[in-house]
Design a protein around this ligand. Structure first.
Ligand code: HEC
Length: 271
């Protein structure tokens, strides 16, 4: 169904692109993309993953045969409502700023007794191999729906991470001398049909951040924010950081701080 939709909509975009002025074309493409997203939003495949994540959360697993129900994502053990919208944040027990994924892995290790490399081996899905982390993050994310993103970065460690994230965002480096800001620092930029989003404004960062985790139609999978950002580092032709690296958590802190005030709507659905 989705493939047929893509053919139909992209067909009309290509046909539309052959006539009219550049500005008219641009607004037409934007309209078609909006229609495309609307059509996809009915029946997001990520909804199934959310259900799976809910079951995994409550299931007794691992060497300690424990569930994740006592996991503290920042609002207290087991308190999930709105927790995602307030991450990354500083945790006194680890003395680190953690995002949803690093905190979840911490809970799998400390509560369930898994080894870190064991639980992160499949941190994203591959054809035929599902990822527990993707399912759990989809479930946790949806528990913040309707809640505003709230990462004021008031704690000195959070402030420091937001600053580092900002620095990484604007710093040009790598073989192409790219920065995140080159692709995501202005309104109305696109690569082919992909809108890039201006992540330096509350509105732009909000439009992006409130919809993750997101189902990516082109990949046939839900992507978490870690995966999104690690892949954007690859697009910037930078060395790829490890999963859960501090550089990614710093970028997330900066982006969530910029997006603070926008209301969560996840799982999203993207190209
Ligand atoms: C070469 C251009 C390029 C660079 C450099 C780049 N990105 Fe991206 N970024 C993209 C593309 C393309 C997408 C996907 C847009 C789509 O699929 O609709 C994207 C998507 C994103 C999204 C999700 C946006 C949304 O609306 O859901 C975020 C967040 C993001 N990038 C952050 C970053 C950060 C942080 C950096 C720096 C490490 C970066 N990007 C560097 C091209 C780039």
């Amino acid at each position: 169904m989705i493939q047929a939709l893509m053919r139909m909509l992209f067909g009309s975009i290509v046909a539309g692109a052959c006539i009219g002025s550049v500005a008219a074309q641009d607004s037409k493409v934007a309209d078609e993309l909006a229609k495309y997203r609307e059509a996809l939003a009915d029946g997001n495949p990520a909804d199934l993953l959310e259900v799976k994540g809910e079951a995994l959360w409550a299931e007794k697993r691992g060497p300690r045969n424990a569930s994740l129900e006592q996991c503290d994502l920042g609002l207290g053990p087991g308190k999930l409502e709105g927790a995602y919208a307030q991450l990354p944040r500083y945790f006194a027990d680890t003395r680190k700023v953690m995002d949803v994924e690093s905190r979840l892995v911490y809970c799998m290790v400390t509560l369930q007794g898994f080894k870190q490399d064991e639980v992160t081996r499949q941190w994203f899905s591959k054809p035929g191999k599902e990822s527990d982390i993707e399912a759990l993050v989809t479930f946790i994310g949806a528990k913040s729906n309707g809640k505003p993103i709230n990462v004021p970065a008031a704690h000195p460690e959070e402030q420091r991470m937001a600053k580092i994230g900002e620095y990484i965002f604007y710093r040009r480096s790598g073989p192409q001398d790219f920065s995140c800001a080159i692709c995501h620092g202005q309104d109305g930029k696109r690569i082919r049909l992909q809108e890039l989003g201006n992540l330096t404004t509350r509105e732009g960062a909000g439009t992006a951040m409130k919809t993750w985790p997101s189902y990516r139609v082109s990949q046939g999978a839900v992507w978490t924010m870690q995966r999104r950002l690690i892949d954007c580092m690859r697009q910037a032709r930078w060395p790829e950081p490890d999963y859960l690296a501090d550089s990614i958590i710093a970028l997330e802190t900066f982006l969530q701080k910029t997006a603070t005030g926008t209301v969560m709507e996840t799982p999203g659905i993207k190209r």
